[in-house]
Design a protein around this ligand. Structure first.
Ligand code: FES
Length: 238
């Protein structure tokens, strides 16, 4: 196998020709954070969390997309790289439901972990217009909360490329971009089979398994629209 000699953070590394910087770094156990990347399923360079510095490149590059070349020198943790990742996280948070304490994914949320790792505070410095969405409780076993979606597109990629269904995808453009089903149908009205693969790859709490509590909240929020189906023993009155 043909290999290239590169340096990451000054360390000499040999990696197969055709590898991306992210793949080469992994071979050398050098951690580069990612949010949208899913190997061979979602390699679209959407989130820019994985940016690194490459000698001679005019700007930071997305390591999950950028192929290595012979003699390349790469730095993964310079002040410029860390500053860029922090700014990206702050921008994501500016249009994100930040009520982490009540989120089902608190403690296992990739976005939350990255913010903690990079010491990104919820300072709201980029707060401005905000997208707000109704939560889609229409599917039998799961719900979709686009207020927590970071548009990484892992869900739509796995739905289409692995499950072969493709019921969700990106609609609209720019600030209005939203992950939705065709004609904005609720998931329950589509051919979604509730396989849960999208939940497994979602980096935040935008997709989650439904439980009795969720149905109660949905019914309380909109009693005309939702019927609570009792799926767990009723709470005994005091
Ligand atoms: Fe590389 Fe998202 S992980 S751009």
């Amino acid at each position: 196998m043909e290999t290239f000699n590169i340096k990451i953070n000054g360390m000499p590394i040999q990696a197969p020709k055709g590898s991306t910087i992210l793949e080469a770094a992994k071979l050398a156990s050098i951690d580069i954070p990612t949010l949208c990347y899913l190997k061979e399923i979602n390699e679209i360079g959407a989130c820019r969390i994985c940016v690194v510095e490459v000698k001679g490149a005019k700007s930071l590059v997305a390591s999950c997309m950028y192929p290595i070349a012979e003699g390349m020198e790469i730095w993964t943790n310079t002040p410029k790289v860390l500053e860029s990742r922090k700014k990206t996280l702050e921008l994501i948070l500016s249009d994100h439901d930040r009520r982490c304490l009540s989120c089902v994914r608190s403690g296992s949320c990739e976005l939350q972990k990255l913010c903690n790792d990079l010491k990104v505070e919820d300072e709201g410095q980029y707060d401005g217009s905000r997208n707000t969405y109704d939560i889609d409780y229409s599917a039998a076993h799961m719900y979709r909360d686009n207020n927590k979606c970071i548009l990484c597109r892992r869900c739509s990629a796995i739905c289409e490329n692995i499950q072969g269904i493709g019921v969700i995808g990106a609609n609209e453009r720019g600030f209005n971009t939203v992950i939705a089903s065709a004609f904005d149908m609720g998931l329950g009205e589509t051919s979604c089979v509730s396989c849960g693969q999208c939940i497994a790859v979602c980096p935040t709490g935008a997709l989650a398994e439904k439980d009795y509590t969720d149905e109660v909240f949905a019914a309380l929020a909109d009693p005309d629209k939702y019927v609570v189906v009792q799926t767990a023993p009723a709470v005994r009155a005091a």
